[in-house]
Design a protein. Structure first.
Length: 310
């Protein structure tokens, strides 16, 4: 039997994508000259903050983007402001450290046409423990500790629309309703695609409450649920279709294999580092949100449009 030829793909917008890749390396592309750098007067008792949240977020984005300690971050920011001919003051490292635990990171995203189709999953990220090489060479000296990042990605734009940061003991399915709560109520949800860990009544109910359709595979030994609610009936329809046509056919028909794009997004998240530098939970959450904000900004600059040739 002749082996089938491998699939071939072609990038349709290589010229614009090439320009977008070059813009990602520009130092000034992250700096908005119209941002409010100094914090406005709040009229409350006590010493007001000197720098706005936008200024602190910009400094933290530079820190995460280039993998710098806080003191080197202040030097990098001062150089960027000098290149841009701006005489703005630069926050010191203690101010950045203190404000990182309190800041609400603004994550921009784009809305595609039509209903929102989401891909949901989670990944672990290390914040304490020996590195991979040291562990293989000499063995672990202390237990590694992880946190879990739960994400929901828009299939149309590739932007991260919702993020939750939890402990490593938290499962995937309990966090899905919280991810869906991040989506504005006036935005229609078309489909929500996840792996078998989301095959629970709570997840199917949360998806149906938002008017969406669940694309969640059923385990091979899965059984029919008692049809006492709409979520159970929708889940049983998936199980019947899987048994009649086969798991592979159902996954192709439902578009389940789009989850491969989400795996690539997870690699993008860890391209900023396999571990997070902060130890405080609030600062860790801000650091993860900064990574998501950077990823969405990269997407906004331009992404590749790939089509299958053969």
């Amino acid at each position: 039997m002749t082996k089938p030829a491998p699939a071939r793909y072609r990038t349709k917008n290589w010229k614009s994508y090439n320009e977008a890749l070059k813009r990602r390396g520009s130092l000034l592309v992250w700096l908005d000259r119209d941002m409010v750098w100094l914090a406005p007067r709040a009229g409350r008792p006590g010493r007001p903050p000197v720098f706005s949240d936008a200024a602190v977020q910009f400094c933290l984005m530079v820190k995460v983007l280039f993998g710098l300690p806080l003191r080197q971050t202040t030097g990098m920011v001062a150089s960027i402001l000098k290149l841009a001919d701006l005489d703005w003051p630069v926050p010191d490292f203690s101010t950045l450290s203190r404000r990182q635990g309190k800041i609400t990171v603004q994550i921009t995203n784009r809305r595609g046409p039509g209903p929102l189709n989401l891909l949901v999953d989670s990944t672990g990220i290390k914040f304490l423990g020996d590195g991979e090489w040291l562990a293989r060479k000499h063995g672990t000296h202390r237990r590694r500790q992880y946190r879990k990042v739960h994400l929901a990605m828009d299939t149309a734009t590739g932007d991260i629309r919702a993020v939750e940061f939890t402990s490593s003991r938290e499962g995937d399915s309990p966090v899905l309703p919280e991810l869906l709560d991040h989506i504005p109520p006036d935005e229609d949800i078309g489909t929500v695609t996840g792996d078998g860990a989301f095959d629970t009544r709570r997840c199917h109910t949360a998806i149906l409450d938002r008017g969406g359709t669940a694309i969640i595979p059923i385990s091979r030994n899965g059984r029919l649920w008692k049809e006492d609610c709409p979520a159970a009936r929708a889940r049983n329809d998936i199980l019947r279709a899987t048994k009649r046509f086969g798991r592979s056919t159902w996954k192709q028909w439902a578009g389940y294999h789009l989850r491969s794009r989400f795996e690539a997004k997870m690699r993008c998240l860890k391209s900023f580092g396999e571990r997070i530098a902060s130890r405080d939970p609030d600062r860790q959450t801000a650091e993860i949100h900064i990574r998501i904000a950077l990823m969405n900004r990269f997407n906004a600059l331009g992404t590749a449009e790939i089509e299958r040739v053969t």
